[in-house]
Structures are given as structure tokens and as C-alpha cells.
Design a protein around this ligand. Structure first.
Ligand SMILES: Cc1cc2nc3c(=O)[nH]c(=O)nc-3n(C[C@H](O)[C@H](O)[C@H](O)COP(=O)(O)O)c2cc1C
Length: 105
């Protein structure tokens, strides 16, 4: 069973929180074998406060917790990025690369 991406809103500040850990773990526990978190912006405060922001390594510990909770039930999880700018327009491809680029917004 696959669970496609959808925003949960389980975000505190710009990072996923304990609710997201629990939510994703429960899906894996319930039998989902391959699941995805909702969109993850690549620029902080991109105009979507309910989406997590992956702009630096501060997101790594909670990603590790979510992955571990899913793996504990035999699942696999991914976190798609959301290539839109604060004004809602799509970012150019070079702006959606891994964050070696400075946050210009
Ligand atoms: C990055 C990303 C984020 C998404 N976020 C949502 C969402 O928040 N809510 C939603 O209903 N679908 C969202 N979708 C679409 C769903 O994952 C799914 O593809 C869509 O609901 C169609 O499902 P279906 O093919 O089973 O009808 C998102 C898809 C992607 C790729």
C-alpha cells in the first residue's frame, strides 16, 4: 500500500513536530509500505506556514525520528520538496537544488 503526499499541518515553527512522527508511524503500523510526507518548502516562510521548511540541517533530527518511527514498522518514507516561491510562482530549477544556495527570500 502506498500513501501519496499530503500536507498534515503538523508543523511547529517551520519544522515537523511530534504529531508528524506519530501520524507517519501510525500509517506504517497500519500497513502502508511506502509513504510520503507532504510538501516541504525550500525557502523559509515561503507563504505556506503549514508546510515544513527544509532550508538547513535543523530539520535533520526530526527527519531521523520520523524515518526511524516508520522503519520500526517496516515502512519506507520520502519527503518531497515544494518548488514554489513566496509569491506562489514556481522557482527556477537552480533554486530548487540542494541548499548550497543562500536563502534569498
Ligand atoms: C508534493 C506533493 C504534495 C501534495 N499535497 C497534497 C495535499 O496536501 N492534499 C492533497 O489532497 N493532495 C496532495 N497531493 C496529491 C496527492 O498526494 C495525490 O497525488 C492526489 O490526491 C491524487 O491521488 P489519487 O491518484 O489517489 O486520486 C500532493 C502531491 C504532491 C506530489
Amino acid at each position: 500500500m502506498v500513501s501519496t503526499p499530503h500536507a498534515t499541518g503538523y508543523v511547529t515553527g517551520s519544522l515537523p513536530d511530534d504529531r508528524e512522527v506519530h501520524y507517519q508511524a501510525e500509517k506504517a503500523k497500519g500497513g502502508v509500505g511506502w509513504q510520503f510526507m507532504g510538501a516541504t518548502t525550500v525557502v523559509r516562510n515561503q507563504g505556506y506556514p503549514w508546510l515544513r521548511a527544509n532550508v538547513d540541517d535543523t530539520i535533520v533530527p526530526i527527519y531521523r525520528r520520523i524515518a526511524a518511527a516508520v522503519h520500526a514498522h517496516g515502512g519506507v518514507i520520502g519527503a518531497p520538496t515544494h518548488p514554489r516561491r513566496r509569491d506562489g510562482r514556481r522557482q527556477r530549477a537552480r533554486d530548487t537544488a540542494p541548499r548550497t544556495l543562500p536563502d534569498r527570500q
